[in-house]
Design a protein around this ligand. Sequence first.
Ligand SMILES: CCCCCCCC/C=C\CCCCCCCC(=O)N[C@@H](COP(=O)(O)O)[C@H](O)/C=C/CCCCCCCCCCCCC
Length: 214
Amino acid sequence: MAEGADMFSLREVLVAFKGCLSEQQEVRVDPYLEGWKGLVRFLNSLGAIFSFISKDAVTKIQIIEGYRNSDQREKYLTIQSMVEYELSNGLVDLDKRSEHPDSGCRTLLRLHRALHWLQLFLEGLRTAKEDAKTSVICSDSYNASLANYHPWIIRKAAMVAFYALPPRNTFLENMNVGTTEEAMAMLGDALPFICKVYEITEDLYAQHKLLGLP
Ligand SMILES: CCCCCCCC/C=C\CCCCCCCC(=O)N[C@@H](COP(=O)(O)O)[C@H](O)/C=C/CCCCCCCCCCCCC
């Protein structure tokens, strides 16, 4: 495992996703990205075979961070304000990637779909038998979510990478939370927040017919 700033902390990921929800049930962008950065740290600790996945996640995080560091940063404070701003200013390619290939809305949609995978994966980890294979939990979750949006070549590469995942107990130990039971308990704490963030974003995107953005 990596050490120091690069070290994964499940607690930090939990705090980040908890911090996403505002009192008005809006989703704050900064903690959302922090949550993803924490997950990417974990992915990096699993080995180079996952780097094509973490690179893609990092690229998407950086695109949205770019908006948060721009003159329009206030418009990107929450996912709701981002959608409202980009749609009302014609900043989203709705049918084909052309003038605005990296809009906040389409970029966040990719992370949002991956959050669905994460939700299924964590639930699978939590409820599986002790001797269950992480690779099977991961591929089942992937096939039920993200795989539907990926071409054959990406699906193939992802499946190969999943085989390199450590057994469930080693995987839970790598979370640096303590015992396997403690890791499970923390997953149980984290999941409702991740699910809520997913649900609010899904409803918002559905309401604006953005779930199929190219
Ligand atoms: C709580 C700790 C335990 C869980 C730890 C999980 C750590 C996972 C960290 C990051 C997940 C990666 C998120 C990947 C985002 C992928 C977004 C995407 O779909 N991108 C594709 C489409 O983008 P555009 O071309 O339209 O711009 C892109 O083509 C993808 C390329 C890379 C392959 C993505 C495979 C995703 C597999 C997700 C499973 C990760 C396996 C982690 C194993 C623990």
